[in-house]
Design a protein. Sequence first.
Lengths: 247, 306
Amino acid sequence: MSFRNAWIITQKEFSIIRLRKSLIYFYVVLPLALSIGLPLLVWHVINGASIKATDIHYISGLLNAFEFFFAIIAVILASYTAAYSIVGEKIQKSLEPLLATPISDGEIILGKSLSAFIPSFIAVVLGNLIYMTLMDKITYSILGYSYYPNLSTAIVLLLLVPFGIILSIEISTMSSSRVSDPRSAYQLSMAGFIPFFIVYVLTEISVISLTSTTLLIIAGVVAVADVLMYPLVIRTFSREMILTSWK
Amino acid sequence: MIYVDGLTKTFGGFAAVDGLTFQVKDGEIFGLLGPNGAGKTTTIRMLACLISKTSGDARIDDFSISNKEDSFKIRSIIGLVAENVGLYEELSAYKNIDFYGKLYGIPENQRKENTKHLLEELGLWGVKDRPVGTFSKGMKQKVAIARALSHDPKILFLDEPTANLDPEAAKVVRDSILNLKNEGKTIIVNTHNLDEAQRICNTIGILKTKLIAIGSPEHLKESLQSDKTVIDLEEVTDRIVAAIKAVSSAQFEIDGRRLVIYVKDPQTENPVLIKAITSVGGNVIAVSQVSPTMEEVYLKAVREKR
């Protein structure tokens, strides 16, 4: 496996992403909406009601749940990009000439995965930095200390987000082989979003709380899912399958 | 040199290509001619190491398509123009070609030089920065050819290179293929354009899952279809028909006052036939000789295999 070859594919994908305005807006608008919207919501909660000492616990619970949102949008962003990247090649029928070059299937999938991983990760991290800064400013007077950064943030950004992105890319790759338009691929690949959504719902109904331990367990489960899905992805993205079985 | 030996591909028990054996010499254009579903694209895909073969083998410049290591070497010395051009529509012509140059590991300076040379040669240098999505089909096909040549391959596989092109664009592409032949490239071209195959190919293989005929266009015409002698008469009578049957075993058809006789050797057979017709009172108005068209040769070969 040559990283150089994979990186050439990634650079080509970046050139195309730069020309697709819908993707750029998606990368800017979604993280920005969260990073500004959530602090505004908390600001409204704090200023709209008289916060008692017991409410401090409520605020910190809210912040943990909000942090989890960034893992969810990482999955959404990566699914969108990966679906466009692979189905785009299918629509333009550009995989056949690409496969005729001295490049391996693994290098193509790595290149495409990096092109979905890097911008999604960067967008989420930058969005999270803005979010943490604003949230600390808003909650400092109530909490008496800067809530962010903390261990939960590190687990979300360094483990859950990357593992979640990998899972969504894997699901996108597999679903892209079954459909021939990016929207359908994106909708199918949103299956990767469902487990994250379930976790969020469970926190809302107080079945689980998003402590550092819980986040670490969730990240571990997602990592295991990544590993288990990898052979399936490699099998789906083999040149023989692409040219003879893909719809 | 390309050696293909008993190459077979089956999909779930159905043979798409069955026991293909042929050779292509260096600098030659080999045409694979056949109806839709004959296995032309599957053959090219196997030779380009895009899909695996079920049995048999092929050696391309001494590398075997059966060997995984060799398959990378094969892919580095071939260029492929697939049936669908498969260009990145958002990217410019220059970027499309440059991307492939990078994949073949060509240094930047040489890549720039090659890309410029190719785009100039194909008349696309003036539009090099335009997204290929805005190009006509002919222009896209030229970009696809330039892309396949970005690493100066020894061997080219062209899958229906002029399909869906208007006559003018098809001629430009055909001329480009002939130029490549003059540069010494070995080319395998899939086509069902018989006229095109006759014009550009040194050797033609007629494929219908199996290779049912192979040879130069002239050889195929000779071996598969006789020349036609067309004799226009004042009247075709039973006596004339009997006279022809008496002197020749050639097949013939009667079309009104016209006799179409399939002769093997016109120079020897025609005088005998004319003499026989006139000897029974036939009045010959005109005699013409018609060589079989590639279409007739092709249809005969394909129909005989049904």
